[in-house]
Write a protein that binds this ligand. Structure first.
Ligand SMILES: *[C@@H]1O[C@H](CO)[C@@H](O)[C@H](O)[C@H]1NC(C)=O
Ligand SMILES: *[C@@H]1O[C@H](CO)[C@@H](O)[C@H](O)[C@H]1NC(C)=O
Ligand SMILES: *[C@@H]1O[C@H](CO)[C@@H](O)[C@H](O)[C@H]1NC(C)=O
Ligand SMILES: *[C@@H]1O[C@H](CO)[C@@H](O)[C@H](O)[C@H]1NC(C)=O
Ligand SMILES: *[C@@H]1O[C@H](CO)[C@@H](O)[C@H](O)[C@H]1NC(C)=O
Ligand SMILES: *[C@@H]1O[C@H](CO)[C@@H](O)[C@H](O)[C@H]1NC(C)=O
Length: 679
């Protein structure tokens, strides 16, 4: 019974021993660690597993050794004296040193036991000591990745890979590097201590009895040519079961030695490492980065914030700069409504270089519309009242519908706070007055003048009769007549006198027409009619024929153009002599005479005695005989005298009660009572 129990126990113990020795026995034992957990390995010395799964063999402790072994023995032979099986292993390592002095490196090893009692640090790599080094009883097979040249072990340099059998004097060694595939056998150096991860493959062919060691940069394909290839039978060295793992050491100086992943295969196909799953190395040079962060990040932030603020400010400024007033009721005027931004761009910000002139209601600028590239004239009018704006805009838009070859087309408008813009066709030759008065540089010959006269007459007729509602111009005078590219006369500013009724603040004192062009009944009643326009047209005709202004100061008395021309006629002199001397001899006498006489008749003080614009056009086109004018002129004289003496003075004084503080004088001259002037 006791014997039985004894044999049973010894059987059990034997089984346990076999179990222990048998791990990985037979075919295809292997393991793969893509990163480590503490339980995977048996650690000693200063080795440790970092929280993110790195195996750190050394740290900043000097003169230290460390070992990390797979915690179970692995069977290398079928029987004790038999031959060693084929095996292969691969691992990724990184040797990091922040200074030129460093630790000694690492070794992959296979040894009969886990611990290395009595082993030394520094050049002994934690494997041997001075007495045990080289002793065949060690039964140690190792691949060293050596970063220090130890002359006592005949190291080839301070950056080499060696195959060590029981001794630190390598059986075979080569400078670290590799033969990249497709590199035509060219050797590429690698620096082990570079801090960059690299991969090592160790293969032992049990049949060929050959050890191959291959090195490559991380993520590079495994080179087909090994760095080291040594023909060697491991059978005498390797015991039946062995432990595999890593050894490392520091000397007087230190470096951090890491293993990122490890795969081992006995007698079979090696399972490769999943490189992307390996834990990350700690950042090297972390301090400079953080310095960069602490300085650069706030600067970048500050910069972006100020850029943002600047952008916002300029956006708001721009928005405010181009702000305009657009009310719901204006939406139906869409096509007639211009964007302030477009006008601003067109006139280059209403700069002085584009200023065409300052007229009765505001300044006029030349511009080129950005969208259509057409030339326009933009009239900028300031107004402070929004009252009546709606009616006024409606009127502008309806005026905008007027199209005649002798009218300057009003294209549209735009409104801003306190400002109104009217957009007109651009007339390249400017206003007529600069060709007539003040010793003009260019004068118009008679043919050109007569064409302008006929054009203006036809334009005015269109305003009076050509449209479904009567438009009174109210301010016909040479400076309100523009010349287009073909020197056709075109009426400008028609209908604008009505601005006055809509709270527009005129910048000129000459609002309700202009002195010298105002019909006498107009000054009395302030009521503009078709006949008051005809009166102004008469003054314009006289201007064109004589080259003189309606009222010209001369000494203490003003010369009244109507009187002056009339005097030529009444004194039986040739009326032609009143013509503009600038005309020279190149004129058609009948036409000049017609203009002068029609001018006088239109200036008739009795509104009913003036022709209509239709009749005026007929005279000019010679559809009515000129003799009719002569007979009208006979009544002209008497009517003026009677009108002047009986009505004009009283009416004038009655109609201007507020003006008595101003020094108005009404001269005894006939016409002076009609065409007053301010002294
Ligand atoms: C190195 O690691 C060991 C083991 O974890 C620890 O005891 C030692 O203090 C470490 N040395 C340094 C300098 O960090
Ligand atoms: C080891 O021995 C077993 C049984 O004796 C045999 O089946 C196996 O093929 C051997 N393995 C090798 C690699 O020789
Ligand atoms: C050298 O190492 C061996 C075993 O590895 C050990 O027995 C011996 O005591 C060591 N010698 C010294 C001097 O430490
Ligand atoms: C090798 O080591 C063994 C045991 O540690 C020892 O008996 C032997 O003398 C050593 N041989 C040499 C040459 O040092
Ligand atoms: C590789 O290193 C060796 C020794 O340091 C040097 O002689 C050789 O020129 C290097 N080769 C290349 C390609 O850098
Ligand atoms: C070792 O390298 C040699 C030469 O490149 C090659 O012929 C052999 O097959 C390799 N052996 C192993 C086990 O990789």
């Amino acid at each position: 019974m006791a014997f039985l129990a004894h044999t049973m126990i010894s059987q059990l113990l034997l089984a346990l021993v076999f179990l222990r020795a048998g791990l990985g026995s037979g075919q295809g034992f292997g393991f793969t660690f893509n990163g480590f957990r503490p339980v995977d390995l048996d650690l000693d010395g200063i080795a440790e597993i970092t929280p993110n799964g790195l195996l750190r063999l050394t740290n900043e402790s000097d003169q230290s050794t460390s070992h990390a072994c797979y915690p179970h023995p692995i069977t290398f032979k079928n029987w004790t004296e038999g031959s060693v099986f084929s095996f292969c292993t691969t691992f990724v390592f990184a040797l990091i040193s922040e200074n030129p002095n460093r630790g000694h490196g690492i070794a992959f090893l296979a040894a009969p036991q886990m611990g290395f009692p009595g082993s030394l640090p520094s050049q002994y790599l934690g494997l041997f000591n001075a007495t045990s080094n080289g002793n065949t009883t060690n039964h140690v097979f190792a691949i060293e990745l050596d970063t220090i040249e130890s002359t006592e072990f005949q190291d080839i340099n301070n950056n080499h890979v060696g195959i060590d059998i029981n001794s630190l004097v390598s059986a075979h060694a080569a400078p670290a590097g590799y033969y990249p595939d497709g590199g035509a056998g060219k050797f590429e150096n690698l620096t082990l201590i570079s801090g960059r991860p690299m991969q090592v493959w160790v293969d032992y062919d049990g049949t060929e009895k050959r050890i191959n060691v291959t090195l490559a940069p991380f993520n590079a394909a495994r080179p087909s040519i090994p760095l080291l290839s040594l023909s060697l039978d491991l059978s005498p060295i390797v015991k039946k079961t062995m432990f595999v793992g890593f050894s490392s050491s520091t000397g007087s100086f230190t470096s951090s030695h890491y293993i990122l992943g490890w795969s081992f295969q006995m007698n079979g196909q090696l399972e490769g490492l999943a490189l992307s799953e390996l834990p990350n190395l700690p950042q090297i040079g972390k301090k400079p980065t953080s310095k960069l962060l602490t300085i650069a990040v706030p600067i970048i932030c500050l910069f972006s914030i100020s850029v943002l603020i600047l952008g916002l400010v300029s956006y708001i400024r721009r928005k405010r700069k181009f702000a305009e007033i657009l009310e719901d009721w204006e939406l139906k005027y869409g096509p007639h409504r211009f964007k302030y931004k477009d006008l601003y761009i067109a006139t280059r910000g209403f700069g002085d270089q584009g200023l065409l002139g300052a007229g009765g209601f505001g300044r006029v600028y030349r511009g080129v519309l950005p969208t259509s590239n057409t030339e326009v004239a933009v009239k900028r009018i300031s107004h402070d009242s929004r009252q009546g704006m709606r009616e006024f805009v409606a009127e502008i838009v309806s005026i905008g519908h007027l199209r005649h070859r002798n009218l300057v087309a009003l294209l549209g408008y735009c409104r801003r706070k306190g400002e109104l813009f009217l957009v007109y066709d651009y007339m390249p030759n400017g206003s007529l007055d600069k060709y007539l008065f003040n010793q003009p540089k260019v004068t118009l010959n008679w043919t050109q003048r007569f064409r302008v006269i006929k054009g203006v007459a036809s334009g005015l007729l269109y305003l009076h009769e050509g449209w479904d509602q009567v438009v009174i111009h109210r301010d016909i005078k040479a400076s309100n007549i523009l010349l287009d590219a073909e020197l056709n006369g075109r009426l400008a500013d028609f209908g604008l006198a009505r601005l006055y009724d809509h709270g527009i603040d005129p910048q000129s004192t000459q609002v309700m027409g202009t002195l010298g062009y105002l019909a006498p009944e107009h000054t009395r009643t302030s009521k503009a009619t078709k006949t008051t326009d005809v009166f102004s047209f008469g003054a314009f005709l006289l201007e064109m024929a004589t080259g003189r202004r309606p009222i010209e100061p001369r000494g203490t008395q003003d010369v009244i153009l109507v009187d002056w021309v009339f005097s030529y006629w009444s004194r039986g002199r040739e009326i032609l002599e009143a013509r503009d001397p600038n005309l020279g001899e190149d004129f058609v006498a009948e036409e000049v005479e017609l203009a002068l006489m029609l001018g006088l008749v239109c200036s008739h003080s009795v509104p009913g005695a003036r022709p209509t614009m239709r009749q005026a056009v007929q005279y000019l086109e010679a559809d009515l005989p000129m003799q009719d004018l002569s007979s009208s002129l006979i009544s002209f004289h008497s009517s003026r005298v009677r009108f002047a003496h009986q009505e004009a003075f009283d009416d004038f004084v009655r109609s201007q009660p507020c003006s008595t503080d101003k020094a108005f004088s009404v001269s005894s001259s006939i016409a002076d009572s009609l065409l007053f002037s301010e002294r």
